[in-house]
Design a protein around this ligand. Sequence first.
Ligand code: HEM
Length: 426
Amino acid sequence: MTSVVSTDSAPAPDVQLDDLDWWTRPAPERNAAFARFRAAEDLPFFPEQDLEGTPRGRGFHAVTRYADVVEVSKRPDEFCSGEGVNIFDQPPHLREFFGSFISMDNPEHARLRKIVARGFTAKNMEAMRDQVAATTREILTEVAGRGECDFVTEVAALLPLRVVDDLMGIPRSAEQFIFDKTNAVLGASDPEYVADQSPRGVATALMAAANEMAELLRELAAERIKSPQDDLISKLVAATTEENLTTEELASFFILLVGAGNETTRNAISHGLVALTQNPDQRRIWADDLAGVTPTAVEEIVRWASPVVHMRRTVTQDGVRLGDKEFREGDKVVLWYGSANRDESVFVDGDAFDVRRSPNPHIAFGAPGPHFCLGAHLARLEIGVAFQEILTALPDIEAAAEPEYLRSNFIHGIKHLPARFTPTAL
Ligand code: HEM
């Protein structure tokens, strides 16, 4: 069904980064491949797969070195986001529907980002600390007596779900719905979430899930117009008149925030338990000084996990350069965050998990630039509080099997992770 053709002269690399099955391989194997790409003189070029029923893309250049990812992120006029942030191409209306301002350039990007940014400041997020701790304890209470659980679906996924739902004003009754729909949008390439993996089947499932989320938003927005609450949906509904936000833009905000807020933090927490299981010495260091070590441990989890695998940029004009490489207009340039975060020229022993790593200038939330993650403060708060509570309530919790990875080259996801611990009553 698939054939690949190169549109560039660079030699074909030994793995295909859009071969999604490769992404379910063990992490050390994937990390070793990226170490080879970083060491290569030229940027590796990857042809795109020829998927039945869709025009074949022109291929992409892989940016795997830290300094190069930083450089590209800082030059949005030459490497833009407006043509899409995924490798595959989507028509503009779908790109905006699924991606909102993450796949836009200025001035639209700045206008829309400003509207939601007020709700995500470090101060606003810090005010949520007690609530995040209470939500974590509530989740742990549900599993503590059993001595075992699926750490992803019963712990790591529930915290960001409940926190984002509370922030947005989504009722608890919609929790399972949001979990299923965000899985279908951001995990569409995995047969567990979308059974029909043909290009048409994936596209249909994506559209259906996004439309159902937009429908929920419309219902909630209609309620908030009648009786505003102290939540983000009420603020966004107010912005439709105050800032000329259209209802389509509002629906796309919702899909972006709910997806970005859930799928990333969940995976950071899940990878965190894998890391602590593989590194008992690091667990001891953290557990012995929870408050002192948490700030650096959180950064290390985010670096080590790099939950967002890539973002794409598109070259805006002929002659744009990155080092010795000269691009043509329309070239796709893909930023591989997990690779940049293990770059040996920046991180000593980057594969190692070191809860006291300092400095740790990782770029898992994106490198400095207009698209830097809006939810970074919230994610840091959630991950830190989650592990402080987990290591206090279930001090011997560990992964009981290998992680089951998501079949995706966009989200570094873990779908299931059996965990065990001494049963306790909380
Ligand atoms: C560990 C958790 C997270 C990671 C690793 C992460 C990572 C990222 C990355 C890599 C980008 C793109 C940066 C770029 O293109 O330059 C991004 C953008 C974004 N993230 Fe996050 N994110 C996380 C959590 C969150 C949370 C909790 C939210 C909100 C509830 C969120 C909302 C967003 C939004 C709205 C954008 C788009 C920003 C823009 O285009 O201006 N993220 N994130």
